[in-house]
Design a protein around this ligand. Structure first.
Ligand SMILES: *Cc1c(COP(=O)(O)O)cnc(C)c1O
Length: 219
């Protein structure tokens, strides 16, 4: 049995320079996060507000907390004081609420817009055309307390490698297309999880979100 530190090291060893690793600690206890922290990891991702808040409170303050899962508008206020990056903005209403809560705390909150790329019913996100429309409307300038850092997507959960690679390639192309409209802050393309991150990195990902490959099978 390998340890969290060893598995973390193994992912880092394979990661090209410039690709950020978000250690997805959802469902794992704070002791597991402390193990990864001791091995140098500072960026952690959680998908539920109820879980990220107590973990933020309990753990060292130099951790960067990323909210990677679906976020309800009425819960933004709980994470607004500390969240580092919100990956899954999937409606304009949510983006406006993040802007409002960020202003309350005198902050600029960094966000990614989630794009629906999978051939599945259950995933959240904007369509590529909705993303094009948003940037054509000049959205970033109209919301001063959010900084749009880029796009996030999840590929279909399938062993069909070509399909997954095509979905990542489609998102990477969309990212290149909107970059000139989104401005210099838009430097982040978040795609790739434990099962598909090598494909995501080959397609141009700059941020991978890895849970089970580091922390072990979820309980
Ligand atoms: C859980 C989760 C991950 C990590 O999944 P693993 O397969 O455990 O690596 C990545 N992104 C999101 C949005 C998740 O909810």
């Amino acid at each position: 049995m390998s340890t969290i530190a060893q598995r973390l090291q193994e992912v880092r060893r394979q990661l090209p320079e410039g690709v950020m690793l978000v250690a997805v600690s959802k469902t794992y206890p704070t002791t597991s996060i402390e193990e990864a922290y001791a091995a140098g990891q500072r960026v952690f991702g959680e998908n539920r507000v109820q879980e990220i808040v107590p973990k933020y409170e309990a753990l060292p303050k130099d951790i960067e907390w990323h909210l990677i899962g679906h976020l309800q508008t009425n819960k933004v206020k709980y994470i607004a004081p500390f969240v580092h990056l919100i990956h899954a903005i999937d409606t304009v209403k949510l983006l406006e609420e993040v802007n409002k809560q960020a202003a309350r705390y005198n902050r600029t909150i960094e966000v990614l817009l989630q794009v629906f790329i999978a051939r599945e019913e259950t995933k959240f996100g904007f369509s590529p055309d909705e993303i094009r429309d948003l940037f054509a409307q000049g959205l970033p300038a109209t919301l001063p307390n959010v900084r749009i850092r880029g796009l996030m997507g999840m590929a279909t959960n399938t062993s069909a490698t070509q399909q997954v690679a095509d979905e990542f390639a489609g998102l990477a192309a969309l990212f290149q297309e909107i970059k000139p409209l989104a401005g210099p802050a838009a430097d982040t393309l978040s795609m790739g999880m434990s099962g598909d991150w090598q494909l995501a990195v080959s397609a141009g990902s700059s941020m991978i979100r890895i849970g089970s490959a580091i922390f072990g099978e979820r309980l």
